[in-house]
Ligand binder design. Structure first.
Ligand code: SF4
Length: 390
C-alpha cells in the first residue's frame, strides 16, 4: 500500500481562509519553488522527497508492498545524518516520511527536528498506533504535519489494515495530536469494492474531528502485496473517484492538488513525472519511483541522470505502469502544470474556487449497490514480522 504519499500541493481556496487545507505560507513556498525551477529551465525537478527511514511496521496490511522484506532488511534503518544528506541533496521543499512505521524508528524525533530546522514541510506518515505515546517527542510547528493513515470508516479501515481496533487507535492518536496543537491530515488508499457512500461519510467524520485536510489515492498493485485481487484499474479508479468527489460538500477539505483530484475523477489527463517525488531509503535512491524498484542510485544527481525515464508512465507501454494513477507519479505532474503556464494557473484557480463539481450521473453512481470487500470476506489479521518471530 502506498501510505506515505504526498501532500503538498495547493489544495486550497485562495480567497477564504476558512476553507484552506494547506497554509498560505506552504503554498507560497511551493509556488515560488516551482517558478524558480521553471525560470531556471529545469525539466525534471523534485517537489516532495519520499524519505523512508525504515521498512519495519507494527501493522501488516494486505495491500502493502513494503513490509514483506526479509528480516535482515526490516532491521535496517537510515541514520539521521543519512536522512539530512538526502534532504539537502534533493532540495525539494517538502519531505514525506513514510515507511514502514516511522514512529518505530528510535531517532525519528531527531530526524524530524533536523528537517524542520531546514524549513522543509514535513509530513510524518503514521498509522497512529504509537502516536499518542510518542507525541511528547515532537514540537508543534507549521513545518510539521502528522499524516495519519485511515482507509475509511471503522469496519473498512480495520479490514484494510488487517487489524481489529486499528481505526479506534488511529482516531485516538488524531485527537491527541490535535489537542496538543499539531497539524494533522489523513491519507487514505482506496481499493476495488470501496463504497463511495461510506467514503463520503468518512469525509464527514474526519472534518468533524478537525483534521486539516484529507489526501486520497488509489492503491497500487505491488508485486509483493499479499492481496492482489482488489487493486483498481484506471477505468474503475475514475468511476470510483467521480462518485466520491463529485457533488462535494463545502466543508470537505483536501490536502492534495485540485487538479490531481480532477485527474482521479477522469476530468483531465497527465503524464507520469516520477522524479517529482523521488524516494530515498536504506538501499539508496530508488529507480524510478516510490512503487517500482528497478535499481538504485547512490546520489540524487545520479538518479536523475541515469534513470531511463522514457521506460515509465502509462504512455510508455510498461505493463507495471498500465493502471497506475498514484500520487507519487501524477500529483507532481498536476502541480507542474498548475504553475507552469497561464492555462494551468487558470485551471488551478478555477478548481480551487468551484469545487462542488455538480454531476447528476455521479449521483446515480451513489445509488448503485456496493458490496464492500469486508462484507463477504472475513478480516484476516496478518502477523507483523515481529509477531511472526515471537
Ligand atoms: S506510472 Fe509507473 S513510474 Fe509512474 S508512479 Fe506509477 S509505477 Fe511509478
Amino acid at each position: 500500500m502506498q501510505r506515505g504519499r504526498l501532500l503538498v500541493a495547493p489544495g486550497v481556496c485562495l480567497y477564504n481562509k476558512n476553507c484552506m487545507s494547506v497554509p498560505a505560507s506552504q503554498m507560497w513556498t511551493v509556488a515560488t519553488y516551482v517558478l524558480r525551477q521553471k525560470l531556471a529551465g529545469r525539466k525534471r525537478y523534485p517537489l516532495v522527497l519520499m524519505l523512508e527511514p525504515l521498512f519495519r511496521c507494527n501493522l501488516a496490511c494486505a495491500g502493502c508492498g513494503k513490509i514483506q522484506y526479509p528480516a535482515h532488511v526490516l532491521k535496517r534503518q537510515l541514520t539521521p545524518e543519512e536522512c539530512f544528506r538526502a534532504v539537502d541533496e534533493c532540495g525539494a521543499p517538502a519531505v514525506s516520511i513514510p515507511g514502514g512505521e516511522p514512529l518505530m524508528h528510535p531517532q525519528i524525533a531527531e530526524i524530524v527536528a533536523g528537517i524542520v530546522a531546514r524549513k522543509k514541510y514535513v509530513y510524518l506518515c503514521t498509522n497512529a498506533l504509537l502516536l499518542e505515546e510518542k507525541l511528547h517527542l515532537f514540537t508543534p510547528s507549521k513545518y510539521l504535519s502528522f499524516s495519519v493513515h485511515v482507509d475509511g470508516q471503522r469496519e473498512h479501515h480495520d479490514f484494510s489494515v488487517c487489524r481489529e481496533g486499528g481505526y479506534d487507535l488511529a482516531i485516538r492518536g488524531i485527537k491527541a495530536a490535535l489537542a496538543r496543537g499539531f497539524r494533522v491530515t489523513t491519507n487514505t488508499t482506496l481499493f476495488d469494492g470501496a463504497d463511495p457512500n461510506s467514503v463520503r461519510a468518512f469525509f464527514d467524520e474526519m472534518m468533524e474531528l478537525g483534521v486539516e485536510g484529507m489526501m486520497l489515492s488509489p492503491g497500487y498493485s505491488y508485486d509483493k502485496a499479499p492481496d492482489q485481487q482488489h487493486f483498481l484499474g484506471r477505468a474503475r479508479t475514475r468511476r470510483l473517484f467521480r462518485a466520491i468527489l463529485s457533488n462535494r460538500k463545502p466543508q470537505w477539505k483536501f490536502n492534495m492538488s485540485p487538479l490531481f483530484a480532477e485527474f482521479l475523477m477522469g476530468r483531465r489527463n497527465f503524464a507520469c513525472t516520477p522524479w517529482g517525488m523521488p524516494t530515498y531509503n536504506v538501499f539508496g535512491w530508488q529507480k524510478p519511483c516510490y512503487l517500482l524498484q528497478d535499481g538504485y542510485a547512490d546520489t540524487f544527481a545520479e538518479l536523475l541522470a541515469e534513470t531511463e525515464w522514457s521506460n515509465y508512465g502509462t504512455e510508455s507501454g510498461n505493463p507495471k505502469c498500465a493502471n497506475c494513477m498514484v500520487h507519487s507519479g501524477y500529483e507532481a505532474s498536476s502541480v507542474d502544470f498548475g504553475f507552469g503556464s497561464l492555462k494551468g494557473l487558470f485551471a488551478m484557480s478555477k478548481a480551487s474556487l468551484f469545487k462542488s463539481y455538480p454531476d447528476e450521473d455521479a449521483k446515480a453512481l451513489l445509488n448503485e449497490e456496493y458490496k464492500p470487500v469486508h462484507s463477504y470476506n472475513p478480516l484476516v489479521q496478518i502477523k507483523t514480522a515481529q509477531e511472526s518471530q515471537a
